[in-house]
Design a protein around this ligand. Structure first.
Ligand code: HEC
Ligand code: HEC
Ligand code: HEC
Ligand code: HEC
Ligand code: HEC
Ligand code: HEC
Ligand code: HEC
Ligand code: HEC
Ligand code: HEC
Length: 336
């Protein structure tokens, strides 16, 4: 997993708590209060972690950056990003600046410190990457509520939040002016943690992701969906039917209700068998059917070959997902 989820150093937290309660608390609470396997803590504890130093004041981007030119590049990126372009209505003041996320900066850029060390004191900022994942995400969620991004309402229960993946794990805000991945970059981002899935997409029969024609986000929403597996639809019939209408019907003669779940027969990412099937025919079908020889089939018996056992079932049962046409016998046989 990504960096920064080791033991959290609680110097910050401790300082805040200390200010709020007693100075005595500092030494006791530092460093070992939260263990590596972290229990859920009340939301206000995460909130406290994001307050920053109570002894510091907000000094504004200009003063921050003047004191520390190494961050000019970050500032240039931010300025041209969606974030930098947000202004407080009517005032023209930036809605999002360095201190919005990193906490008040006066201590970090204090003249004393800078004169001695020739750079700002980064230890005075909120140690974002050392906080528990839930606190890191809260940093973003204080603005990105479900009002602005509907699926965020499912974030807390998503597989990602529960596995301590945080918003900054995927949104590297200082890498450039873009604040989110686009196109194929999305697949690469997902592969960076889901290496096993990459190999599924390199099998012979697969969805065309490697070609860049599809994205993981065509089927999954990394922010949560309320459906298992972060899937964007509640069931496969709907999900797969978005693009494969002919496979879902409805048909007069359906393959019972087996096609309700496409994964009964198909892999969803890729497979080593044609048509992304779980197994090759006839074995796929023989899981549920006994199969048959040439009884009553219009194409049989052929001369000299009595009782041939059919192996490629879909040569005849070609409408495997369903059909509106009755077959030669009482059922439809899914043959035409
Ligand atoms: C919207 C929130 C946000 C804003 C605004 C923001 N940062 Fe950050 N910053 C972060 C996060 C999150 C990280 C942790 C980066 C990571 O792990 O990818 C970070 C990391 C950093 C780092 C550490 C190394 C790096 O470059 O990735 C520096 C330095 C930094 N920010 C400076 C700034 C400066 C200067 C500004 C203002 C121009 C600023 N940040 C504005 C969220 C923000
Ligand atoms: C002070 C409020 C604020 C904070 C804090 C904040 N954002 Fe934003 N963010 C905005 C606004 C406003 C927009 C533009 C409107 C929108 O897309 O919802 C935005 C846009 C974005 C976008 C869309 C960019 C695009 O190109 O469409 C992403 C991604 C994003 N923020 C990620 C983050 C992450 C990750 C964090 C936490 C590290 C964060 N934001 C923290 C206010 C904030
Ligand atoms: C597992 C990776 C991942 C995580 C974790 C993640 N995001 Fe995203 N986010 C993405 C990707 C990928 C996109 C681009 C989706 C697209 O364009 O289809 C995106 C898009 C966005 C957008 C733009 C939405 C839009 O409609 O264009 C915002 C805002 C955003 N994320 C905020 C957040 C916030 C806030 C969090 C934490 C609660 C978060 N993200 C966590 C991967 C992630
Ligand atoms: C920072 C690492 C990271 C990134 C990046 C990431 N994931 Fe995950 N993802 C995880 C972890 C950890 C889990 C929970 C453990 C698991 O099930 O593998 C998870 C779980 C999932 C699950 C649920 C798995 C299940 O068993 O139900 C899906 C689906 C998923 N991620 C899709 C995506 C997609 C799509 C992207 C790209 C937009 C993405 N992930 C990016 C780390 C990541
Ligand atoms: C065509 C739709 C589709 C696309 C595209 C897709 N997935 Fe999935 N994915 C699914 C479905 C459906 C499941 C549930 C499968 C199951 O229950 O067996 C799933 C399951 C998963 C799982 C959990 C099970 C496992 O195999 O580990 C992960 C993780 C995952 N997908 C990640 C990804 C990533 C990463 C990408 C992009 C590289 C991606 N998916 C692209 C439909 C899709
Ligand atoms: C976003 C659209 C989209 C979704 C959703 C989608 N598919 Fe596909 N599917 C495609 C495309 C595009 C192809 C490639 C078609 C081609 O090569 O002619 C494809 C091909 C296939 C193939 C044939 C593979 C081959 O070897 O020719 C199967 C089987 C398949 N999909 C099953 C599924 C299943 C099952 C689901 C639901 C889990 C699903 N698809 C969801 C777009 C989608
Ligand atoms: C009973 C097993 C079974 C189930 C369940 C099933 N399929 Fe299929 N599917 C097949 C077989 C077998 C083929 C190959 C057909 C052939 O070779 O004529 C196939 C082929 C496909 C193809 C590629 C050929 C075409 O028709 O375009 C797609 C796409 C597809 N299935 C989608 C789906 C979707 C979506 C679902 C779920 C709604 C689903 N399948 C459920 C057995 C199944
Ligand atoms: C998961 C179990 C399952 C699998 C796998 C499966 N089937 Fe079926 N199939 C069924 C069920 C259940 C019925 C309905 C039986 C009934 O109504 O008596 C059925 C019905 C049929 C029928 C008769 C349809 C009719 O109404 O006359 C045919 C033909 C058929 N399947 C062929 C196949 C073929 C060919 C395959 C392999 C590509 C296959 N099945 C795979 C479960 C399955
Ligand atoms: C040469 C063509 C052909 C092949 C190949 C074939 N079948 Fe059939 N199958 C038929 C015909 C014709 C029927 C009768 C259809 C009807 O009832 O309308 C039938 C009927 C069935 C039925 C329905 C039986 C019943 O009692 O209603 C099932 C199930 C079935 N086949 C499964 C399979 C399986 C599994 C395979 C592959 C092992 C297979 N078939 C290969 C032609 C074929």
């Amino acid at each position: 997993m990504t960096a920064g989820r080791k033991g959290m150093r609680c110097i910050r937290t401790a300082a805040i708590l200390a200010a709020a309660t007693l100075v005595l608390a500092v030494s006791v609470l530092s460093c070992s209060t939260l263990k590596t396997s972290r229990p859920l803590v009340p939301m206000r504890e995460y909130e406290k972690m994001l307050v920053g130093s109570l002894f510091a004041d907000y000094v504004g981007n200009e003063n921050c950056l003047k004191a520390c030119h190494v961050h000019d590049r970050n500032a240039a990126f931010l300025e041209k990003s969606v974030h930098g372009q947000q202004r407080v209505e009517g005032t023209g003041v930036p809605l999002v600046n360095c201190e919005t996320c990193h906490g008040p900066g006066s201590e970090a850029v204090s003249a004393d410190y800078i004169n001695q060390n020739n750079q700002c004191d980064t230890s005075k900022f909120i140690p974002i990457r050392e906080l528990p994942a839930a606190a890191q995400s809260l940093l973003c969620l204080k603005c990105h509520s479900a009002y602005s991004m509907v699926n965020v309402q499912f974030w807390q229960n998503s597989e990602h939040a529960m596995a301590e993946v945080s918003c900054p794990d995927c949104h590297k805000l200082h890498e450039g002016t873009r604040q989110k991945k686009q196109g194929r970059e999305i697949n690469d981002l997902c592969y960076s943690c889901h290496e096993g899935v990459r190999s599924q997409f390199s099998l012979v029969s697969r969805h065309p992701l490697p070609e860049g024609l599809m994205l993981c986000s065509d089927c999954h929403d990394p922010h949560g969906t309320g459906n298992p597996g972060l899937l964007i639809a509640a069931d496969e019939k709907t999900l797969c039917g978005n693009c494969h209408a002919q496979a879902i019907g409805p048909y007069t003669f359906e393959h019972a209700d087996v096609t309700d779940e496409c994964i009964t027969c198909h892999r969803v990412h890729g497979s080593m068998f044609a048509d992304m099937l779980n197994y090759q025919e006839p074995f796929l079908c023989l899981q549920c059917h006994t199969g048959h020889t040439d009884f009553g089939s219009p194409s049989a018996p052929r001369a000299g070959v009595k009782q041939a056992f059919y192996t490629r079932c879909t040569n005849c049962h070609s409408q495997i997902h369903g059909t509106d046409t009755r077959g030669p016998h009482p059922g439809s046989g899914l043959t035409q």
